[in-house]
Structure formats: structure tokens, C-alpha cells
Ligand binder design. Structure first.
Ligand code: ATP
Ligand code: MG
Length: 192
């Protein structure tokens, strides 16, 4: 059986425990050897809304995943630069890991507008798409029927980066919403 690799794309502004639980659950369910977190460069869906720099977002991912031997972070999107499209992410990762079967992990909110993603029909031949549950969003069954998107129930984590940024900015706690090292990184560098 081919080795399996999970990919989790996001702005990770900042990375939080919802992302990590989603990755961990997908790794366990699909027997993924590794999960690669790929922080975006620019995003069409977040025009001018990304707050932290690429390097801060990348390093927060590194800090958050440091203790887990099967979680790694890729600079593919950041180094390619410009606007990040998942089609390019998947093609770059496939080049780097040709012998792996790819699983793209996404949340229920993000997957909803997958038909507006660049070259979306090609995405499904490059990777199996896994949509994890997220409080407040439902997963459209149409995506399963039309594109074979799997749905994966994960423990509900009502955490968003938007809320973490607002908390950090107004000096409210973000402990236990993000890994300890990420709390400390945000404070040390005054990221928000
Ligand atoms: P923002 O509020 O800035 O949009 P976010 O919390 O949605 O941040 P993203 O970087 O946008 O985080 O998300 C990356 C991926 O992780 C997306 O596929 C998103 O759906 C998924 N995701 C984010 N938070 C959760 C969560 N709490 N539970 C499940 N999936 C999540
Ligand atoms: Mg989001």
C-alpha cells in the first residue's frame, strides 16, 4: 500500500489547537505517515486580512508542531510567493513526495466554496479531500457525491484564528486555545 501524506493548508494567523486536532484525527483515521502544514503566501479569500507576516505564521507553525515527529511544516507556498492556490500546493508537494498518496485536510467552512478554487476539478485527482467538522458549519453532502470528499467527525473545537487575534490584541487569554509555545511566541514578538 502506498504511503500516505496529509496536507493542511491555511493562513495559520495564528495556528491553533483546532488545526492540530483536525490534523491528528485525520492522521489516525487515514493512517497518515506525516501531516504537512503549509502556511499560505497571499490568499484570494483573505485579501488584505492577513495580519502576521509570512515568517511569523511559518514560525508559529514550526513551534506548534515541534514536539510531534509526524507533523512537519512546508515553505512551499511562501517560497512560491504571490497568491496561493491549492492546485499549486498539491503539485509542489506531489513533486517532493512522488511515492505518497495525498490527503488534503480542510475544515467544513473552507470546503464549502471549493468550486470557486482555481482548477478545482483537477484537485480531486491529485489528493483525497477530507472535510473535518467545525462548530457552526455543516458539510454539504453534494461534495461527497460529486467529488468524493470524505467527511470526518472531529472533537468540536470552537476556536478560530480570528478570535485568537482579537484576544491577543485586547490582552485576553489565548492559553489552551493555541499551544503554549505559540502563546509565548506571540507575546515575545508582539505579533498582534
Ligand atoms: P481565520 O479565522 O483567520 O479564517 P481559521 O481559524 O479559520 O482562521 P485558517 O488558517 O483559515 O484558520 O484555516 C485553515 C484550515 O483549518 C481550514 O481548512 C479551516 O477550515 C480549518 N480549521 C480552522 N479552524 C478549525 C477548527 N476549529 N476545527 C476544524 N477545522 C478548522
Ligand atoms: Mg478560516
Amino acid at each position: 500500500m502506498a504511503k500516505r501524506l496529509g496536507i493542511m493548508g491555511g493562513t495559520f494567523d495564528p495556528i491553533h489547537n483546532g488545526h492540530l486536532v483536525a490534523a491528528s484525527e485525520a492522521a489516525s483515521r487515514y493512517n497518515l505517515e506525516k501531516v504537512i502544514f503549509v502556511p499560505t503566501a497571499n490568499s484570494v479569500f483573505k485579501h488584505n486580512k492577513i495580519v502576521a507576516t509570512q515568517e511569523h505564521r511559518y514560525l508559529m507553525c514550526v513551534v506548534a508542531t515541534a514536539a510531534n515527529p509526524s507533523f512537519i511544516v512546508s515553505r512551499a507556498d511562501i517560497d512560491r510567493g504571490g497568491t496561493t492556490y491549492t492546485i499549486d500546493t498539491l503539485q509542489d508537494i506531489k513533486k517532493e513526495y512522488p511515492e505518497y498518496e495525498l490527503f488534503f485536510i480542510t475544515g467544513a467552512d473552507a470546503v464549502r466554496d471549493i468550486e470557486s478554487w482555481n482548477e478545482y476539478e483537477k484537485l480531486f485527482s491529485l489528493a483525497k479531500f477530507v472535510a473535518v467538522t467545525r462548530p457552526g458549519y455543516s458539510i454539504d453532502k453534494k461534495l461527497t457525491e460529486k467529488y468524493g470528499v470524505d467527511q470526518l467527525q472531529v472533537p468540536a473545537m470552537a476556536i478560530s484564528s480570528t478570535d485568537c487575534r482579537e484576544r491577543a490584541k485586547s490582552n485576553k487569554p489565548i492559553w489552551y486555545l493555541v499551544p503554549d509555545g505559540v502563546v509565548q511566541y506571540i507575546n515575545k514578538h508582539q505579533v498582534y
